[in-house]
Design a protein around this ligand. Structure first.
Ligand SMILES: Cc1cc2nc3c(=O)[nH]c(=O)nc-3n(C[C@H](O)[C@H](O)[C@H](O)COP(=O)(O)OP(=O)(O)OC[C@H]3O[C@@H](n4cnc5c(N)ncnc54)[C@H](O)[C@@H]3O)c2cc1C
Ligand SMILES: NC(=O)c1ccc[n+]([C@@H]2O[C@H](COP(=O)([O-])OP(=O)(O)OC[C@H]3O[C@@H](n4cnc5c(N)ncnc54)[C@H](OP(=O)(O)O)[C@@H]3O)[C@@H](O)[C@H]2O)c1
Length: 446
């Protein structure tokens, strides 16, 4: 390869990886970009996070496919950085390395009983219904009548919606067949969505809440007492939060009583911090003990000492995701769970983008904005002659000797999934086994 051509690699094939590559290719006319992804398949949380009943959100994959097919870009799947190739080797082969590997762990509560088999994480549950390979053997217990979801974010609402939707409404999506089957056999009738702060502090958004209020066969139960003060403060609240609070107030004060098809219900509970998961003498989950909170002046939840108990047979922890360090030489802030950076610059030819740069908050559109910032910083450094030369002209594909899955290989997997889905009237049937993905990628024609 020509010495003068700068090469950059992006670690992570999610939205941040693709948007950063897209901006680099736009802002610089000769730079070559490789997107390295640990799985044989691209798109990160667009494939494995976004809910199956939100297919329109996944249209962004068309934009990403154009990036991957750009003549100065390559998607290199099945490359787990830190396992198959070290960060140091990457640095020797590329002028710059951008970390865009997201936040793949979840936050823990650190309370008694949290490790019980029926206390599960939203991360695992979402991975299960979306076909993430690690969750292939996950079997959430949906046999009881009541579940508690801890957290008031959009992930909590995704999980609630999937649990409370009629299986028929999900049957044509790309939800995994085994998840659909288990949901069909679910006996859950009641869900509590419990947050540690109040209605003004929820992190979910209005569109997602509205979907919950309209679920067929399922009734929202919001306690009017929780919204008395909030309703009085409505005029001083700015949009779009105002619309969200209005919707909560309307649902609490004027519930739709006309529906007679209702079999299930979901509740919003506020000002409750989980303190203990109660397990009975037979080892079964009995429920969650919460401490009642008040907010201090800064809006922080402060326990009052009062305890309340909510009986349930399943607890789903949905209190946020968390990034991890993949190389001990790259600075990492364990408290914030991010790589410390200045507009995406980490130093010494390293950059970061997406959730590993900002922390695990923000939608795909915000990932796009911060990817732009990182790409700009890198191109400025490149044009200012600040990037060191790479040590070697060797191609990573040769270094990895046959393990790399190309974008064309992924397109074979994509085609196989769509064909299999068509057979059963679904958008696609995801292939969950990495071994099977590899077999299709390497042993079939496009
Ligand atoms: C459950 C859930 C649902 C969501 N739904 C929506 C939605 O409906 N709409 C919306 O706008 N936003 C949604 N979001 C937010 C959106 O998914 C994120 O903003 C976005 O995916 C963050 O992009 P990212 O590239 O930083 O991380 P990711 O999407 O996580 O991508 C990171 C990629 O890096 C790869 N990787 C990790 N480690 C390595 C390694 N060592 N080597 C190589 N590759 C590696 C991962 O496999 C992954 O593909 C949702 C988030 C979650 C958690
Ligand atoms: N449809 C969509 O657009 C969509 C779907 C899914 C996800 N997303 C996005 O993805 C991002 C991540 O979503 P998320 O739901 O994982 O995170 P989130 O929005 O940060 O919500 C996390 C929730 O967990 C609570 N929490 C945190 N630590 C806690 C603890 N120790 N004890 C009790 N509660 C705790 C938080 O309460 P506090 O506020 O009190 O900290 C908050 O209610 C968000 O930006 C979200 O909008 C978007």
């Amino acid at each position: 390869m020509h010495r003068l051509t700068s090469r950059v690699c992006v670690v992570g094939g999610g939205p941040a990886g693709f948007y950063t590559a897209q901006n680099l290719l736009k802002l610089h006319q000769t730079v070559r970009v490789d997107i390295l992804e640990k799985l044989p398949v691209p798109y990160g949380l667009v494939r494995y996070g976004v809910a199956p009943d939100h297919p329109e959100v996944k249209n962004v994959e068309n934009t990403f496919a154009k990036v991957a097919n750009h003549n100065r870009c390559r998607f290199l799947g099945n490359v787990h950085v830190g396992q198959h190739v070290s960060v140091q080797t990457l640095r020797s082969l590329y002028n710059a390395v951008i970390f865009a590997y997201g936040a793949e762990k979840d936050k823990k509560l650190g309370i008694e009983g949290e490790h019980h088999r029926d206390v599960i994480s939203a991360l695992d549950f979402v991975g299960w219904y979306n076909g993430f390979p690690d969750q292939i053997n996950f079997q959430p217990n949906l046999h009881g009548s009541t579940a508690v979801i801890l957290g008031h974010g959009n992930v909590a609402l995704d999980v609630a919606r999937i649990l409370m939707s009629s299986p028929e409404a999900l049957a044509h999506t790309d939800i995994t067949d085994y998840a659909l089957e288990r949901l069909r056999n679910s006996t859950l009738k009641r869900l509590y969505l419990v947050g540690r702060r109040g209605p003004l502090q929820v992190s979910f958004t209005v569109k997602e809440l509205r979907e919950m209020t309209k679920l067929s066969g399922c009734r929202p139960v919001l306690n009017p007492a929780d919204f008395q003060l909030v309703r009085e403060r409505l005029p001083e609240i700015a949009r779009p939060r105002k619309r969200l609070i209005e919707l909560m107030c309307k649902t609490a004060f004027s519930p739709d009583t006309s529906r007679n098809d209702v079999e299930k219900e979901w509740h919003l509970r506020f000002f409750n911090t989980p303190r203990r998961i109660i397990i009975n003498s037979e080892g079964n989950l009995e429920g969650v003990e919460f401490e009642v909170n008040q907010l201090d002046k800064s809006g922080k939840a402060i326990g009052t000492g009062d305890l309340v108990f909510v009986p349930c047979s399943l607890v789903i922890r949905s209190i946020g995701y968390h990034s991890v360090s993949i190389d001990s030489e790259i600075p990492f802030d364990n408290v914030k769970g991010i790589i410390p950076n200045d507009q995406g610059r980490v130093g010494k030819g390293f950059y970061c983008s997406g959730w590993v740069k900002t922390g695990p908050v923000g939608v795909i559109a915000s990932t796009m904005t911060n990817a732009m910032e990182t790409a700009k910083a890198l191109v400025e450094d490149l044009e200012g002659g600040l990037l060191e030369k790479r040590e070697s002209d060797q191609d990573l594909v040769d270094v990895l000797e046959g393990r790399v899955i190309s974008f064309q290989d992924w397109e074979k997997i994509d085609r196989a999934e769509i064909d299999e889905g068509r057979r059963t009237g679904k958008l696609r049937e995801k292939i969950v086994s990495v071994e099977k993905m590899m077999d299709i990628a390497l042993n079939t024609d496009l």
